[in-house]
Design a protein around this ligand. Structure first.
Ligand code: SF4
Length: 265
């Protein structure tokens, strides 16, 4: 079957392609995302989608970055949270354009990697896809890709190889995401002062590499609690201490946070 695949970003593309790799599909990709803000972010995502297209040997159809169309479409909903009417409009805009492009290129079946997105609700996207399918008389191929190939596995396999963004795409999503992260910072900092005062200086390692030393808690349970609050980008630990703490895997599950671990030999 020929499938015209709308791509929103590289990591969701990866999840989708892995989820459908056993179905003999002839895929053409289409990166149409006028919602992405700012333009530099659009280029960053586009570049890595292109990289994956080459890795999977997929052909693509070029699109335009029509940012005014998105702003026009979403302006009255700018205050809303993610997965609200603003998102419905944004997804419909992208899927309608994809359906039109698919038909123009003689494809009679389309789908979207948005269904693989961790923050999107599969049922909502599938239902918009089905409405677009009826309107344009084209088949909508719908599967819960992230259930078949989990995002966590994709992130493990592709971390450091492709750009993995931390917000959905638009300016409104970015503002909400920043506000949420300020709130999270405030909460974690308060926790650090209240529960781990002697370690308060570790705050400067938030999002950065933290090298394990004797200064850190010697017991894994306490260390996990501390890392769950500080949230460093990764924990670098030598082989001797990793054995002492029985820390052998690349990820350490901490309360509310998965910390990347690099064991240095
Ligand atoms: S949060 Fe995502 S889906 Fe919602 S409007 Fe913004 S870019 Fe579109």
């Amino acid at each position: 079957m020929k499938l015209f695949l709308h791509i929103c970003c590289a990591i969701d593309e990866y999840v989708t392609l892995k989820a459908i790799e056993n179905k003999k599909l002839e895929i053409k990709t289409y990166f149409y995302n006028p919602n992405i803000f700012p333009y530099e972010e659009y280029i960053k995502r586009y570049r890595d989608v292109d990289f994956l297209n080459k890795e999977f040997n997929l052909k693509k159809i070029e699109s335009t970055y029509d940012k005014n169309l998105f702003i026009e479409n979403a302006k009255e909903f700018y205050r809303q949270e993610e997965n609200s009417s603003r998102c419905e409009k944004c997804i419909r805009l992208r899927l309608e354009n994809t359906a039109e492009k698919a038909l123009e290129n003689n494809y009679y079946s389309f789908s979207t990697t948005l269904m693989a997105s961790p923050k999107k609700i599969y049922e909502k996207i599938s239902s918009i896809g089905n409405e677009v399918s009826k309107k344009y008389k084209i088949k909508f191929f719908s599967e819960n890709y992230k259930k078949i190939f989990p995002q966590s596995l994709a992130r493990n396999q592709m971390s450091g190889k492709i750009y993995i963004q931390n917000y959905c795409g638009c300016l409104y999503g970015l503002i909400n995401q920043n506000l949420r992260s300020i709130e999270k910072d405030k909460k974690d900092l308060k926790n650090l002062y209240e529960r781990f005062f002697p370690f308060k200086d570790l705050w400067k390692f938030r999002g950065k590499s933290l090298i394990y030393s004797d200064y850190l808690p010697p017991h894994l349970t306490n260390l996990k609690q501390l890392l769950g609050i500080v949230k460093p980008g990764k924990l670098i630990i030598d082989e001797y201490n990793s054995r002492k703490l029985e820390l052998y895997s690349k990820w350490l599950k901490c309360p509310g946070y998965n910390c990347r671990v690099e064991i240095r030999r």
